[in-house]
Design a protein around this ligand. Sequence first.
Ligand code: FAD
Length: 403
Amino acid sequence: MKPNPTTTDGWTADAEQALLERVERLVDEEIGPRANAVGRSDEFAWESFRALCREGIIATAFPVQYGGTEAPLRLRVRIVERIARVCSAAASMVTGTDLAGRPIAAAAPEALARAIVPRLATGELQSAFALTDRQAGSDVAGLATTARRDGDGYLLNGVKRYITRAPVADTFIVVARLEGVPGAKALCALLVDRDTPGLEVGPTQAKMGFIGSPCAEVFLRDARVSADRLLGAEGEGFAIAQDTLIRARIGHGAMAVGRAQGALEIAAQYATRRSTFGKRIGEHQGVQWMLGEMTAQVEAARCLVRSSADRYDRRDPETAVYASMAKLFATDLGMRVTTDCLQLLGGNGYLKDAPLERFMRDAKLNQIGEGTSEIHKTVIGRHVVRQAAGMRHPCLDLEGLGL
Ligand SMILES: Cc1cc2nc3c(=O)[nH]c(=O)nc-3n(C[C@H](O)[C@H](O)[C@H](O)COP(=O)(O)OP(=O)(O)OC[C@H]3O[C@@H](n4cnc5c(N)ncnc54)[C@H](O)[C@@H]3O)c2cc1C
């Protein structure tokens, strides 16, 4: 694999501020007003995507040498938060570009990267990241999609499942198990074009939320890919997926924070207008406590997501476990906050015309994608136990306890 292409230095505070102001304008004038309509039909939200390309937001995922403007992750999470405040589908276009684009910039052979990445940065091409298959999601080591060596290339077989953007993607990063190679060295990542014979995209899978960001199964039946489409080396598929997933997990956290912030704003504004028992509902102490507690919790989640992004940018070796913490905390909180904010709108909250039922449906996916909450608890807990094995609290006398 090439070195991680992240360079965080080219961005001044003024440049970051200017970009965030552009994002806010885009959210207020285009993505926000369109969001309810986007949420009604699971077609890829092209208008939002083109607006993100036009404003140079998609390009921030990619290194400068391939035509991007590579933004540090600390800036990208702020972008994602602002967009998710109104529209999950549009926010997922920013995080999805990261997930399905950066591995190509980081690990494709130079000629391939030069041919494809600049076109991903402008939005002329779209890629999708195909890790999960019918047999395995959480348990990546259990992937059943295979890559069999065949002359100077590979034959791919398997069924990838829930692949975001598959209905519109031009090319797919397929993670597969190398046939005949045991253990961790078995995974490899290959770039497979949509028109490859043997690759077929299934119908759009009907789903609960993130409407406007469609997903589908991808069938691979003896799909032949030449060896120069291998990302990194054989056996590096797991490492490529890991770096990609760390960023994606922090991105899920940012989406959850942004959406929760949007839900809080909607609920608080509603509470200033709706009256019960002779006063505005926002004047009831019970409602104020709910809003106060949720606001404090969302701020805590925001801090955790942003500090995890900072860790990623400075290549802290513990970033992975902090990314798990950020995803777990922010996405579980996002589910609670969107549910409770909907509650504050009473019956109106349950109607499609008020956006909180959309926010609540969208919140669920952040607890599942890129590692479920249960998996992240396991990752964090395992880390805690490993660390504890080498530590001794000054007040704890283990020998005195007979241990
Ligand atoms: C809308 C959508 C879009 C997606 N987009 C993509 C995409 O673009 N690319 C891609 O590759 N994948 C994508 N995914 C797949 C997603 O990442 C997986 O669904 C997720 O990782 C969970 O895997 P699974 O569905 O196979 O669940 P499973 O792994 O089968 O887990 C089922 C349940 O068991 C629990 N569980 C499993 N193992 C343990 C354990 N050890 N301890 C405790 N509990 C456990 C899980 O937490 C979960 O509750 C998408 C999924 C959805 C729904």
